[in-house]
Design a protein around this ligand. Sequence first.
Ligand code: NDP
Length: 400
Amino acid sequence: MGKALIIGCGGVASVAIHKCCQNSEVFEEIMIASRTKEKCDALKEKLQGTTKTKIRTAKVNADSVEELVALIRNFGPDVVLNLALPYQDLHIMDACLETKVHYVDTANYEPEDTAKFEYKWQWAYREKFKNAGICALLGSGFDPGVTGVFSAYALKHHFDTIEYIDILDCNGGDHGYPFATNFNPEINIREVSANGSYWENGHWVETKPMEIKREYDFEGVGKKDMYLLHHEEIESLALNIPGIKRIRFFMTFGQSYLTHLKCLENVGMTSIKPILFEGKEIVPLQFLKAVLPDPATLGPRTVGKTNIGCIFRGKKDGKDKNYYLYNICDHQECYKEVGSQAISYTTGVPAMIGAMLLMNGTWTKPGVYNIEEFDPDPFMEALNKWGLPWKEDFDPVLVD
Ligand code: NDP
């Protein structure tokens, strides 16, 4: 069918690349391009011989539009799958515009020096992408990603109006370290140490970090404490789900994680303000990232399951209705299949699916779109086929 250029070769990219190689009818050829070419070459070495997908590798600095454009022109992909960091989003979108190639990512743009993530920078590209006749699919991971697809599916098949959405992200996995993050530590810590917020009656309600706590009994995991966080899909769902009254996002954290995080915050290690150290400027959070375990190495030691999904409340045929859509994923099964833990797996699989649906023309419409703006059915079908089967509950326990 075609060619995909995958940028980045970390935890999430590794899973997406494994999945592209399982799906070689669509992904006939891929190029893995990242800052550290050795990682791309090692993955190519591991996978070639197990797949019909032809794999090429390259070194690229994704902060340089010029380098990206040259790489895209040289390889000629049908789609660029951005699995580097949120800081690179706009540069990669610029390169896609210049070369007229579709774009997919899993996290919205964040300026490196402000720790504020919003869609406004990427939404500003809508007209340009439309005029160029190419599509940018934003947020094709799990959350954002599958949570948006779940919302579009619930609206299409189960509700006349959705009034309340609670997104519950539970990681019941244990990696045995007192403190480690399951995806890029810098991005993860920026996200969880920020103020929380939720959408209610047309505006944002801001909370202190970890101020709102609830307990929930998750199938496959058990009872866990979860905390309200700001999360990027709230912003797009608030616009794309008509009549919505409230959207909240909760993530589970263990006590050890929170105690360590508080201590690191108290001593200044999570700061993104550069400091002078032995005559050199360093960012404390980037230094912390360098001493923490690399999330890509957590796979063999992580046991347990994730359970991520959305509880919807709304109206169908004039009556109140509740509906819960979720996926349960087992860390060790992911490791056996692709050598990664479930957080990378639950993000890498939807990234491959998003790229596939653009490549095979199922979802192509010119412009910049969030995932819930497309027909959810082909994506839901693909989730079942490619390793993230979903479950439904028509009488879920609600979060107060
Ligand atoms: P990693 O840190 O493991 O991987 C990032 C990769 O990008 C690395 O290979 C890194 O290179 C490469 N990279 C970084 N900067 C550049 C650059 N300037 N040029 C070229 N390559 C670069 O991160 P993850 O795999 O954990 O996360 C990837 C993305 O997925 C992030 O944006 C994250 O926010 C997102 N994510 C989304 C989720 C969702 O559900 N939607 C969930 C989890 C993550 P090097 O190897 O040299 O460091």
